[in-house]
Ligand binder design. Sequence first.
Ligand code: FES
Length: 126
Amino acid sequence: MALYSEKVMDHFRNPRNVGSIENADGIGEVGNGKCGDIMKVYLKIDDDIVSDVKFETFGCGSAIASSSMATEMIKGKPISEVLQLTNQAVTEALDGLPAHKLHCSVLAEEAVRAAVQDYYDKKGKE
Ligand code: FES
């Protein structure tokens, strides 16, 4: 069996939603101290719906594929659903990741949550 699924390879080779958003409503940046990879997620939020999302990932292929998949999964979704996003869901959507690459999907979950947190902070909400 190949180490990486077709979906991982597809999102790694053709990542969706790469880039940044000017005047984003929420920005989340997280890093993994061990591998040194960094992920940044930008959210545009209208009426509590993620109307646009972009990411910049300086990291491994699995981190790029995870961020690409995570952004696809939260685009157009209400914040309440976005907060339910887990790294397991991202991993499943990618048809799996090797065990030693699971932390890359955790980074995607954390970056999305950090961006929502930033949005709430800016709004002065809990
Ligand atoms: Fe660290 Fe992939 S090796 S995010």
